[in-house]
Design a protein around this ligand. Sequence first.
Ligand code: G6P
Length: 610
Amino acid sequence: MCGIIGYIGKSGDTGEILIEGLKRLEYRGYDSAGIAVVNDNKLTWEKTAGKIHQLEEKCREIDLSGCLGIAHTRWATHGEPNRTNAHPHFDCGERIALVHNGIIENYRTLKKSLEAENHRFITETDTEVLAHLIEKYYSGEGLEYAVQKALQIVEGTYGILVISATEPDKIVGARNGSPLVVGVGEGEFVVSSDVAAILKHTRQVIYLEDLQMIVATPEGFNTMTIENEYVEHIIQEVDWDLEMIEKGGFSHFMLKEIFEQPDTIMNAMRGRLIPATGDAKLGGLNITEEELRAIRRIVLIGCGTSWHAALIGEYMIEEKSRIPVEVEYASEFRYRNPIMEDGTLVFVISQSGETVDTLAAQREAEKRGAECMGIVNVVGSTIAREAKRGVYIHAGPEIGVASTKAFTSQITVLALLALVLGRQRIISSAEGQRIIEAMQAIPGHVEQILNSDGSIKEIAEKYHHHNNFLYLGRGANYPVALEGALKLKEISYVHAEGYPAAEMKHGPIALIDENMPVVFICPRDNAYQKILGNICEVKARNGKIIAITNEGNKEVIEMADHVIFIPKSLDFLYPILAVIPLQLIAYHIAVLRGCNVDQPRNLAKSVTVE
Ligand code: G6P
């Protein structure tokens, strides 16, 4: 969480550039924000509780021109989101300014000893110790050396940017556990948590590794470790462009991303299907036939929506390859002494590639000897780089905090993985061809579902005042129910529960009355007959039934209050289709309830704290 950005260059409009960059990072945190620039050996700063536009308002009254500066958008961990606790933080003399993404774990001890040395603290944050530590070590040797000394004694995670009024031509950045990307432009450098804030300036970037630093001046830059060892950097070209991170005429990023899904699902499959033989090829796995044969067990790890994708992956892989699959919450996996025997292959699933629990689980699995592969969206992210092998889902930048297109792309890639593993074991070439044909039809099917947005919106209009929802599905559509409920909770603050439809009898059925909308995911798959019984049970108790099923399904039409149709497909691919109406229901309900769809309260897109 938290987004940081620093700019150094000849533009002179540093304030504007930084605020513009913060807007691109706002998804990472949006409870307070701040900015500092150095001009003429003078530090000018502003901060505020609230969103970037509030900071922008305040900044109109001050001169933020200059050649370098730093800025921050916050998701509070230590200390409430007020103006004092907002970044940047300063040393006693207010000569040094610092922004930080991460958590300094030993800040209490450090704070005590710094206070004993007469450093004055004014915030409740963990970050402030860093500013004072740097002050303590700042001598004639230069800012970077003070930063190095400070970082050598802190424990925890950080992406930081530091400036000093004493050295008005230098930005120092460092990372450990939180991302930091350096954009290398023409006579300017932009350093940020995410390439989204850099793209306007350049597509040439360097991804810093953990414990590495950058020192940038208008003339050039150096990279090194925090132990001051020289580091050779590699400049890479980002293949995202500015248009991809704009709203493109949609009222919210979330809606834009929902509507992008025919393309993003196609992108997840592009070049990976071999229709002639019924095979799929996932080049990034770089896996030999022998390695494939040696797999005895697969573990899928993720958080939030990525964890739901993993649950669907479990159904897909087990059904198509008969390899046993386990799904783990990343946050639980690392603390429960997991067993990683020979033949276990771990897939780490993450949209951002930066979720700290997922990254820690990946490291834990590797430490225990497991081979870890990534299923990641953000190219060059920490999880992707540490995994070395894996599959990019190629969904493009996802800005809306509630994940939508990344989810369907993750499931698409998991379906491809099931096909790869299945073809090697139990799936014939002819069946592989049938699967490929069905997969190729998915983008068109999604398009068709999106065309029914008008009637989905009408359902949302009818139910948006309700404060409880139940989502029910069976088999691979049970995780879809979980995902539908999560979407509603995340963006409209409505209580919703996802449940396996038959389990409803063991508790949630007590909640059902005429005020309870129940969303059934019931395509004509192998669980269909069974779920009809569950629909009857809800109907008998006057629950309001919203059903997602196939066109022309008379039985369900007769029983349900509302029906949303999805085209016919293979059973194991229904989750990709069934989730689309659920995303739209959540979106419309959130808008109707006046919620901030793209930036729901208390959440952040990329959770980089435990
Ligand atoms: C946060 C986001 C969710 C996301 C989860 C995992 O909670 O708000 O949308 O599913 O993190 O993120 P990842 O980037 O690892 O998929």
